[in-house]
Design a protein around this ligand. Sequence first.
Ligand code: FES
Length: 211
Amino acid sequence: MAKPPEHPALPARPRSASLDHPIDAPISRRRLLQAAVAGGIGVNLAPVMAKPTDPRKEPPQTGDDIVFPSWQNDGRAVSLQDIEIASPPILAYPRDPTTQIVRDKSRLNQILLVRFSDEDFSKETQEFTASGVVAYSGVCTHTGCSVTEWDLEAKNFLCPCHASRFDPRNSARIVGGPALRPLPMLALALEGEYLKVRAPFNARLGANKKK
Ligand code: FES
């Protein structure tokens, strides 16, 4: 009579989760952790993923276009003709020239554009200008308000919060008020008639950090 076929051997059943310890023996935290790491039990070994960066919050990059805010002039690129000499500042934002994404979701990307004759600028400031246009951060270095005012007579930026004043012809040096640092500058270039970012801001943006 033919022998019935044997069942293939089943894998041995583990005695417990802790094979080399009696079931009720205390397990040190260290051993438990070692076991968990070895077996991947209960420990998420996936690499910590960095939060995706919102491109609209990225700071200005070299080569960016400079554009009006979306609510002004349809958000088009700012050209030289848009800026009159010694006129109040124009608010603008950087725009990625490839994706056309405007980086307007961070207040720190507010750019103030003003224009003067070349000879009005200090030597240091001149290096950042393009055809007499200079660009500064629009966020006050005192406690971070938006610099929205303009002293028509002195042609200085004026912060409405505590009246700090900054001279745009001279690297935004402080000419009044409690701010301790000038507004950071953004070096500009021209592409045809249009302004472009030549280099990122030259200093830390926004308010002084609390001590
Ligand atoms: S925040 Fe601008 S002067 Fe205080």
